[in-house]
Design a protein around this ligand. Structure first.
Ligand SMILES: CC(C)(COP(=O)(O)OP(=O)(O)OC[C@H]1O[C@@H](n2cnc3c(N)ncnc32)[C@H](O)[C@@H]1OP(=O)(O)O)[C@@H](O)C(=O)NCCC(=O)NCCS
Length: 202
């Protein structure tokens, strides 16, 4: 993980379940809590992403990996303003996390909300033993590519006409550092020392 990515995460780091307000008010973050959250996730994604998803797709993700879906709320009016939907599992011999959907409502963008949502999912993936995280983003999606770039994702592949709208995609990949129990302070038996951690997700 680059020092820049670590710094970026630190800058957005809220305390507890709130944060990422960018000075315009605090945002509350919750993990998927059941059926009442499903319409909120669906309407945000349907509104902002180019790919159409059926309710079966949403259910596949939130029923199997509820701990990897997060929602952001504006406590002022209780409005759901952002969401991230992910999964994880074995893929070609590696245990891999996958970010399927990420959306923040336009008036709430540029305040670190997406960064906070993604970071929360990635932390759970890492704690669950994932070795890497992947996703696809349209090659024209500058804000998404900038966001994931800042978080340490690299462009692993270009996928020709990947989306239904004919646009190419970049496959982005984040590799977690392999932990050596003899060396790493976070492993059982070793003393925790935040100064020596090189990953912002730990
Ligand atoms: C991509 C998307 C999710 C980003 O959401 P966001 O909440 O605006 O993202 P962040 O605020 O975390 O980061 C975006 C910018 O805000 C800046 N920012 C973050 N926190 C900030 C803060 N506290 N104060 C000021 N600026 C901040 C970041 O530096 C970043 O700037 P940059 O993109 O110019 O480098 C959003 O634009 C979106 O929903 N787009 C449509 C759907 C989409 O494309 N999803 C991704 C599919 S792969």
């Amino acid at each position: 993980m680059s020092a820049a990515a670590a710094e970026a995460i630190e800058r957005y780091e809220p305390s507890g379940g709130t944060g990422g307000g960018g000075g315009d008010g605090v945002i509350t973050y919750v993990s998927y809590g059941g059926e009442h959250h499903l319409p909120l996730v669906m309407s945000l994604v349907d509104e902002e992403l180019s790919e159409p998803y059926s309710i079966f797709t949403y259910r596949y993700f939130v029923y199997l990996w509820p701990q990897l879906t997060f929602l952001a709320f504006d406590p002022k009016d209780g409005k759901c303003v952002g969401t991230v939907v992910c999964k994880m599992g074995e893929h070609r011999g590696a245990f891999r996390g996958y970010i399927a959907m990420l959306v923040v409502l336009k008036p709430y963008r540029g305040r670190g909300i997406a960064t906070e949502l993604v970071t929360r999912s990635i932390r759970v993936m890492m704690e669950s033993g994932c070795e890497e995280v992947t996703l696809e983003a349209e090659v024209t999606n500058k804000s998404a590519l900038a966001l994931y770039g800042r978080l340490g994702f690299i462009r692993a592949k270009r996928l020709y006409r990947y989306y239904l709208n004919g646009v190419d995609a970049f496959r982005l990949k984040l590799l977690f550092p392999r932990l050596d129990p003899a060396l790493h302070p976070m492993m059982p038996g070793n003393e925790r020392d935040d100064q020596h951690m090189d990953s912002p997700y730990l």
